[in-house]
Ligand binder design. Structure first.
Ligand SMILES: Nc1ncnc2c1ncn2[C@@H]1O[C@H](COP(=O)(O)OP(=O)(O)O)[C@@H](O)[C@H]1O
Ligand SMILES: [Mg+2]
Length: 340
């Protein structure tokens, strides 16, 4: 295998990422463009865990699929360890970055044995001999805490937690340095969620992984992430190191999210947010600041123009109310993204 990793630059670098979907357009409905991801830029350094939080429909899963190359962007660029995903072929991409999906019931082929599911990325590489594949599969099953004998089973014979361990083994079998986890515990029983989180945490340390960890559950993200980005209607409205974001949130949306989890209930995610109206429609994004119709601190100006991006020591906020900093410094830090 050729060396793919540029250790000097960021592990993940995303610039101006956008993804539109066309909704409707049947006989009785008209087309609507849904802008699921709308101008997202950030960097993740090697070894960091970037948590991405936001309500359902804010674009988290679309962003995950753009970062792993499962979905093509409408605009913008994703670089993994210095390589543009647009220029990498499927096999190279698979060695650079892998994904663990939300639902271990639908993400594993029910007609395949576990050993074949875990071996599939190795088979797709085309150059890994059979014995080597068998050895790697056993190694991976042991690594995720499963008896290698489960390789003979089918997913239907396993619990949700065991299936998610299989999905993690499959994601790691090519030894990628970067893994995107999209709500990896949300479909699991509460009692199993902590086990899977602890496993990811241990694997991250042992294998020196870089993670993009998506969740609507702030308590989970606070536990595992080194940095957090808050998504609202397709944009990252605030991002900062974890302790900074939880300790001094600057965006009114983040503050509301945090208020809503003062009494966290494991597995329940974000309860009703004290923001009045329901979640808005990404097919009809409000003008000005997209959060202004729900914002408890909105000023008249917030309805007129997009909010400025304000950056202060690695804390990014898209809000007119955030403290201003020198713009020259801000620009260079935006390009440095979330990195140190
Ligand atoms: N394949 C698709 N076709 C049409 N709309 C989609 C598609 N995937 C996602 N969307 C829309 O994009 C928006 C963001 O969805 P998603 O990325 O799944 O958000 P989240 O993971 O934060 O819940 C939603 O309005 C969703 O309906
Ligand atoms: Mg999702």
């Amino acid at each position: 295998m050729t060396a793919l990793i540029d250790e000097a630059g960021p592990a993940v670098s995303v610039r101006g990422l956008r993804r539109d979907f066309v909704r409707g357009g049947g006989l009785l409905s008209t087309h609507a463009t849904v802008r699921a991801v709308d101008g997202v830029s950030f960097d993740v350094s090697h070894g960091e865990v970037l948590g991405i939080v936001g309500e359902s429909g804010s674009g988290k899963s679309t962003l995950a699929r753009l970062i792993t190359g499962l979905l093509r962007p409408t605009a913008g660029d994703v670089r993994i360890a210095g390589r543009s995903l647009a220029e990498a072929d499927r096999r190279q991409r698979a060695r650079l970055i892998q994904q663990v999906f939300q639902d271990p019931y639908s993400s594993l082929n029910p007609t395949q044995r576990v050993r074949d599911i875990v071996a599939l990325p190795l088979v797709a590489q085309g150059d890994v001999p059979r014995e080597e594949r068998a050895r790697r599969v056993s190694e991976m099953l042991a690594l995720v805490g499963l008896d290698p004998a489960v390789g003979e089973r089918y997913p239907g014979q396993m619990s949700g937690g065991q299936r998610q361990r299989v999905a993690i083994a499959r994601a790691l079998v090519l030894k990628p340095r970067i893994v995107v986890c999209d709500e990896p515990t949300s479909a699991l029983d509460v009692s199993v969620q902590a086990q899977i989180l602890n496993l990811l945490q241990a694997l991250r340390r042992e294998l020196n992984l870089t993670l993009v960890f998506i969740s609507h559950n702030l308590a989970v993200v606070e536990h595992i992430a080194t940095h957090v980005a808050v998504m609202y209607l397709g944009r990252i409205v605030e991002a900062a190191p974890t302790a900074e974001l939880f300790g001094s949130p600057r965006h009114p949306y983040t503050a509301a999210l945090l208020q809503s989890v003062l009494t966290p209930e494991p597995g329940k995610g974000i309860p009703r947010i004290p923001l009045g109206e329901g979640f808005p429609d990404p097919a009809a994004i409000p003008p000005g600041c997209r959060f202004h119709p729900r914002c408890p601190s909105a000023l008249p100006a917030c309805a007129d123009a997009s909010p400025p991006l304000r950056v202060d020591a690695g804390h990014l906020v898209e809000c007119i109310l955030a403290p201003e900093t020198a713009s020259r410094e801000a620009t260079s830090q935006v390009h440095a993204g979330l990195g140190p």
